[in-house]
Design a protein around this ligand. Structure first.
Ligand SMILES: NC(=O)c1ccc[n+]([C@@H]2O[C@H](COP(=O)([O-])OP(=O)(O)OC[C@H]3O[C@@H](n4cnc5c(N)ncnc54)[C@H](O)[C@@H]3O)[C@@H](O)[C@H]2O)c1
Length: 346
């Protein structure tokens, strides 16, 4: 295909999600060399066996300084320590894919986009729902007016307490800012060109609050400028059912019909005498099953690699990424104040 150029990619942090990204890089002809930075020696050994990288280091600066690397995928945690890596990669002239959140604050995210634009580099963020065909279908149906005018949308998503503890153990972030971002991005993408104008949020905490001030659940209600209402709930205290289990129920009601996604991950039931019923293939990013990837993260990673290799735009645009941040910041402020927060409409 015209314009194709194999690229060299660095992945920083190869835990659960970075491991999927690194494997996606190792599997595709788009990538010539894969370079990895990972501080955990056990993960270093595991991921080396899986992906046979051209180099492995425990210092991310080694990848930033490597002139042969075209693009960097940043999936290390804690999220709060990532911004210097994002800026370092851009300053070194590398395209960047970063797991959400793109930066700790809106001002820093804007700084990263400004630098990327000035340097003609791509920067994008992992809003993986867009690469799930069911979600893409709902967006297409709404954009094509299949259910008339949208009236109201509901998303209720819950993950296990095991995952909640992992997330809240590393950064102090609200359920919406770390988990609900995916759903906010999805809904705002579906409802374009409508804009969010009013945000109200409430949190509740009865379990995690025994050990910290982390809430167990957060509801966010968004009113769009045409009056469409959106309600998104994110919780992370489900009992463990399968590693990284997540369930979501989505419905969009319109003037001429309704759309729903049953994303409760109950399609495959695995029942044993020892463990009872479990639900495989039930995590958000998905998982590799021998020769096939069950989930959205492989396609999302390939999309970024193709954008770099073919010099195409990435799917999540700057104004979209920044708008999602504005909404979750407003939601966290609303939860703190106990009253609605208005967004600028321009
Ligand atoms: N898009 C999605 O569906 C989705 C799903 C889950 C998580 N995420 C995001 O992915 C990110 C990673 O989450 P995770 O669950 O994979 O975390 P994880 O803890 O499993 O992995 C993080 C890895 O980074 C490594 N690391 C830490 N500091 C490092 C450093 N300085 N240099 C190199 N490596 C370093 C750790 O050793 C670990 O292996 C998070 O930001 C999370 O929000 C996205």
């Amino acid at each position: 295909m015209a314009g194709f150029k194999q690229i060299n990619v660095g992945v920083i942090g190869t835990g659960w999600v970075g491991g999927i990204r690194a494997n996606a890089c190792a599997q595709t002809v788009l990538v010539d060399e894969l370079h990895i930075a990972e501080i955990d020696p056990v993960r270093q050994a595991e991921i080396t066996a899986e992906t046979n990288p051209a180099s492995m280091t425990d210092d991310w600066r080694t990848l930033i300084e490597n002139d042969s690397i075209d693009a960097i995928i940043i999936a290390m945690t804690p999220e709060t320590a990532r911004f210097p890596i994002v800026m370092g990669a851009l300053e070194a002239g590398k395209h960047v894919f970063v797991e959400k959140p793109i930066a700790p604050s809106l001002a820093e995210a804007e700084q990263a986009y400004t630098l990327a634009k000035a340097s003609n580099l791509k920067i994008t963020v992992g809003y993986s729902r867009r690469f799930d065909p069911r979600y893409a279908y709902v967006r297409k149906a709404l954009q094509n007016g299949l259910i008339g005018e949208p009236v109201t949308c509901l998303i209720s998503r819950h993950s296990t307490r095991e995952l909640g503890e992992k997330i809240t153990g590393r950064s102090k972030m609200s359920p919406t800012s770390i988990g609900g971002v995916h759903d906010l991005d999805f809904v705002l993408w579906c409802l374009q060109p409508r804009k969010p104008v009013r945000i109200y949020s409430q949190t509740t905490g009865k379990l995690f609050s025994r050990k910290s001030d982390t809430p167990d659940h957060q509801w966010v209600m968004v009113t769009m400028n045409d009056g469409t209402t959106v309600t998104i709930g994110i919780g992370w205290i489900l009992p463990a059912g399968y590693p990284n289990f997540v369930q979501a129920w989505i419905e969009v009601i319109g003037t001429e019909g309704a759309l729903s996604i049953d994303d409760t991950h109950k399609e495959i039931q695995y029942n044993t005498v020892h463990d009872g019923i479990r639900y495989p293939m039930s995590s958000m990013p998905g998982e590799q099953i021998d020769h096939i990837f069950a989930g959205s993260m492989l396609d999302e990673t390939k999309h970024f690699l193709e954008a770099v290799a073919y010099d195409r735009p990435t799917m999540v645009r700057e104004e979209e990424a920044l708008l999602v941040m504005q909404v979750y910041n407003a939601a966290d402020l609303s939860a703190e104040l106990g009253e609605p927060v208005m967004l600028p409409t321009n």
